[in-house]
Write a protein that binds this ligand. Structure first.
Ligand code: SF4
Length: 372
């Protein structure tokens, strides 16, 4: 059977030092994590790393042959950029393998002050077309872009043929309806947003109420987000995943809670030329991290050896019991069960990326950078 020589990096979430060790031990090529403040988009209580923990975590990863990327992917506030610049400086001094930034000013600061620190563009920057990505590469020497979850595999393939940097795509975890980096729903309800404060629907604004009929009502700030019947599993009250009454009918008007699960799409995704697969979920516990990392490690290793991929390995970890997984035995993009999948699969009339990056025609990532 055909043996595949190079696989994309498996980039795994680590919300805590213990999750970092679990991810590395389970086979992550890379762990990504953030400092314990609003410089990263998972600024939840009990998560993230102190400076000492980050230095230790990087050491642990390096000792075990893995890399560490530090997400500094919120947007500095006017008159208060010191925290974000300090985070970049500290990431460089601790020996991080890359920083993942979203803000254009922070990208400029990193490129100017730490030219040897590998710079990745966060999904929060919403760079989803050739011109936008080329601009970041030209201006700041960005080596990798994390692509928004709105792109199909043909679009990713087309982009990979014309942009001068690597691409990283999400392969598992939560989905949200925003064009990444541009959601104000949480801010509307709580005053805190992913981009400015690093939190969506913060727990401090969440309330659950047990009703007399046994139903459960969940609230975010002043808003009722959902009402669950007695036996129904109650989800976290994220505004975009709320059930609301519209024209007399209650339903999920933004989206039904659904997880991204690209295990069944791995062969197509790998052929698209992506340099890395990213697992979402820095807010998740160790058991979840271990299960997901192990499943993807096994899937990638199986693919490399020409063996079948176990595509249903993570069926039980889907949010709301629903995922974008392609059912076993069904081939082709229109298979039942993919109806909710608005990304990765081919779309009619999608715009193919075309041409070459104008300023860097013929350019590309350094050979040594490919696959890092
Ligand atoms: S409210 Fe929903 S769409 Fe907006 S950031 Fe949160 S999860 Fe994403």
């Amino acid at each position: 059977m055909k043996q595949i020589k190079s696989l994309p990096e498996l980039v795994c979430p680590a919300g805590t030092p213990s999750a970092l060790r679990v991810a590395v031990d389970a086979g992550a090529d890379v762990v990504y994590c953030g400092f314990r403040d609003k410089t990263n988009a998972r600024n939840f209580p009990g998560l993230n790393f102190s400076r000492d923990e980050m230095a230790d975590g990087i050491r642990y990863a390096h000792t075990h042959g893995a890399k560490t990327y530090i997400a500094i992917n919120t947007f500095p506030q006017a008159g208060n950029v010191t925290l974000w610049k300090q985070a970049v400086d500290d990431a460089a001094s601790f020996g991080a393998d890359a920083v993942i930034v979203a803000d254009i000013g922070l990208a400029a600061y990193t490129a100017k002050n730490h030219p040897h620190l590998r710079l990745h563009l966060s999904v929060q920057a919403s760079a989803s077309n050739e011109d936008a990505i080329c601009y970041y590469c030209d201006a700041f020497n960005v080596k990798r872009v994390v692509l928004p979850r709105v792109l199909s595999i043909p679009e990713i393939t087309a982009l990979n043929s014309v942009i001068p940097c690597e691409t990283e795509v999400f392969a598992f975890g939560g989905l949200c309806v925003m064009a990444e980096g541009r959601c104000n729903l949480s801010s509307y309800a709580t005053g805190k947003s992913p981009n400015m404060n690093g939190v969506c629907s913060p727990a401090s604004h969440v309330r659950y109420r047990q009703d007399k009929d046994g139903a459960m009502t969940s609230k975010l700030g002043e808003f009722t987000i959902n009402r669950f019947a007695k036996e129904e599993a109650a989800g976290y009250p994220t505004l975009c995943k709320g059930r609301f009454r519209l024209n007399g009918e209650a339903g999920y008007i933004f989206e039904e809670p659904t997880s991204l699960d690209a295990l069944s799409l791995l062969p197509d995704l790998l052929k698209s030329g992506v340099a890395a697969l990213k697992i979402e979920g820095r807010q998740r516990g160790r058991a979840y991290i271990e299960a997901v990392v192990l499943a993807f490690r096994q899937a990638l290793d199986a693919y490399a050896k020409g063996r079948p991929i176990k595509t249903d390995a993570l069926i039980n970890l889907a949010e709301g019991g629903q995922s974008t997984r392609r059912p076993a035995g069904r081939a082709g993009p229109a298979a039942e069960g993919e109806k909710r999948n608005r990304h990765l699969l081919p779309r009619h009339g999608h715009e193919q990326a075309r041409g070459q990056c104008h300023a860097r025609a013929g350019g590309g990532p350094d050979a040594d950078d490919r696959g890092q």
